[in-house]
Design a protein around this ligand. Structure first.
Ligand code: SF4
Length: 81
């Protein structure tokens, strides 16, 4: 299981980072995912946070493959294929 954040939609409210800081952090005023794969013991909390996000910016899904992608001038992120 993996998480992605749509940083264009994210308002940077910080709810996800407060509720599940082992997976989500605020970087540059927006949420970012700090793990490639969500550990089993954080899956429930991550799912809960995705429903709590006021902007609907968090997607939780199954990763069949991952690639490193440029998401900004100085920020790289893992994305699911
Ligand atoms: S809860 Fe949603 S809007 Fe708020 S920081 Fe996290 S991803 Fe962004």
């Amino acid at each position: 299981m993996n998480a992605t954040v749509d940083r264009k939609t994210c308002s940077g409210c910080g709810t996800c980072a407060k509720q599940c800081s082992d997976v989500f952090q605020i970087v540059g005023g927006k949420a970012a995912v700090g793990v490639v794969h969500i550990p089993w013991y954080l899956e429930s909390a991550s799912m809960h946070v995705s429903h709590e996000c006021p902007e609907g910016a968090i997607h939780i899904g199954e990763a069949h493959g991952l690639m490193m992608a440029e998401t900004g001038s100085d920020l790289r992120s893992w994305i699911a294929l």
